[in-house]
Design a protein around this ligand. Structure first.
Ligand SMILES: CNc1nc2cc3c(=O)[nH]c(N)nc3c(CCc3ccccc3)c2[nH]1
Length: 392
């Protein structure tokens, strides 16, 4: 492979949990890692300086589907690729677009070739295939790219889930073939060492499907590993299935994923879900909860969820979270944040987003520390006791 591959190493194992390091060309990523979602090339409401300095985020996610529709991947390539276009100098991962077509655009037709759909922006006719999704991700230039898959509904029947899984495996084969071709083209293009350093994916992750059917999940994992990827993701979860069913898939499948490669659980989740998944050996997470719920007035704290709209906080001069070291908790009170939110001030969303990202990222920092010191299960128990105890 022309671009040097990501280097994954495990630092410590603590029962089912593991702490590792993922070295990409732009960042050293300590795992387990929470990856803020930057769908349109921005993590809504927070500036990259804060993400880098105070929040110390090492990798953020972007969405091929959205950027493909607007502003278009050719424009981004012409501006030097996604990192340069948005001004983010650390690592990035892009999703392949299959999921977003399913969850965002109305009219769509799935064929063997790919997915026809109408843009949710202007209704124009669009088409994505494994090959186009790989070419689009190559133009964006993220270090880690995802295979083009189909995500079936969380409650799919065995037949639906099998049909979808078989299609995803054929698309995974085509995604891998196109990815390797693009790698060779990149190498053959005689990119200078410097260009090679700044562009080209370092890793492509395969995505395991099979809905909540464990036999399908095991078969999907085996056949995805057979194709061979630099990392593996658990897809098809956090899409309406029962929580217990997701936990069952995690317990059964996560430990079977290749131990020498990163394991990414897509779209998860609440702090409880993150800790459950870490316990089964998951390394990477993405979730819109900290950013999306902030815009709706929700703060995530060591004592659970706190919605600033609640009249209970009207005169409460305590910070959102008395145990939080973030800039928002050092300066502002619950009363002030409630006032901002009710007044419709944009600063409400900005401050709540900053605090929530700090909470998710700092919790993962403490998770890593506890795994490396061999006390993850005690940390997890204490965290959940306090988190579920609720607010005084
Ligand atoms: C919220 N729950 C959720 N479940 C998901 C399942 C899948 C899945 O089965 N296949 C793919 N390709 N993506 C999924 C995603 C999107 C994750 C994402 C969002 C933003 C940027 C980069 C990545 C999911 N998200």
């Amino acid at each position: 492979m022309s671009a040097q591959p990501i280097i994954w190493q495990t630092l410590a194992q603590d029962e089912g949990a593991r702490a590792g390091i993922l070295r990409t060309r732009r960042a050293t990523i300590e795992t387990p890692v929470f990856m803020p979602v930057g769908t349109l090339g921005s993590v809504k409401g927070v500036r990259f300086e804060a993400l880098e300095t105070e929040l110390d985020a090492r990798i953020i996610l972007a969405n091929t589907y959205h950027l493909y529709l607007r502003p278009g991947v050719e424009l981004i390539r012409a501006c030097g690729g996604l990192h340069r276009f948005i001004g983010w100098e650390r690592a990035m991962l892009t999703d392949s677009g299959g999921f977003q077509v399913w969850s965002l655009s109305g009219l769509r037709r799935v064929t063997e070739e790919g997915v026809e759909f109408r843009s949710h922006i202007d209704g124009s006719q669009c088409f994505l295939s494994p090959e186009i999704a790989m070419e689009a991700q190559a133009a964006l230039g993220a270090e880690i790219v995802m295979a083009f898959d189909e995500c079936p509904p969380g409650k799919s029947s065995l037949e639906e889930a099998r049909r979808s899984m078989e299609l995803t495996l054929r698309w995974a084969q085509r995604s891998r073939r196109r990815f390797l071709e693009l790698q060779r083209e990149g190498a053959d293009a005689g990119r200078t060492q410097e260009q090679d350093l700044l562009s080209g994916a370092q890793a492509q992750f395969g995505i395991v499907q099979g809905a909540i059917h464990l036999d399908l999940r095991r078969e999907s994992l085996a056949r995805t590993v057979e194709i061979g990827f630099e990392g593996y993701a658990l897809g098809g979860l956090s899409v309406g299935e029962e929580k217990g069913a997701m936990y069952e898939v995690l317990a059964e499948i996560a430990p079977l994923m290749p131990a020498d490669r990163p394991r990414y659980l897509m779209g998860v989740g609440t702090p409880e879900d993150l800790l459950e998944a870490v316990a089964h050996g998951i390394d990477m997470f993405d979730c819109v909860l900290p950013t999306r719920t902030a815009r709706n007035g929700l703060a995530w704290t060591s004592r659970g969820r706190l919605n600033v709209k609640n009249a209970r906080w009207a005169r409460d001069t305590k910070p959102l979270d008395e145990e939080c070291a973030c800039a928002v908790c050092r300066r502002h009170s619950r009363a002030y944040l409630r006032h901002l939110y009710l007044a419709g001030e944009m600063l409400a969303a900005i401050l709540l987003t900053h605090h929530n990202l700090f909470f998710f990222l700092d919790t993962m920092r403490r998770v890593r520390q506890s795994i490396r010191s061999g006390c993850f299960s005690r940390f997890r128990q204490e965290f959940l006791e306090r988190f579920n105890a609720g607010l005084d």
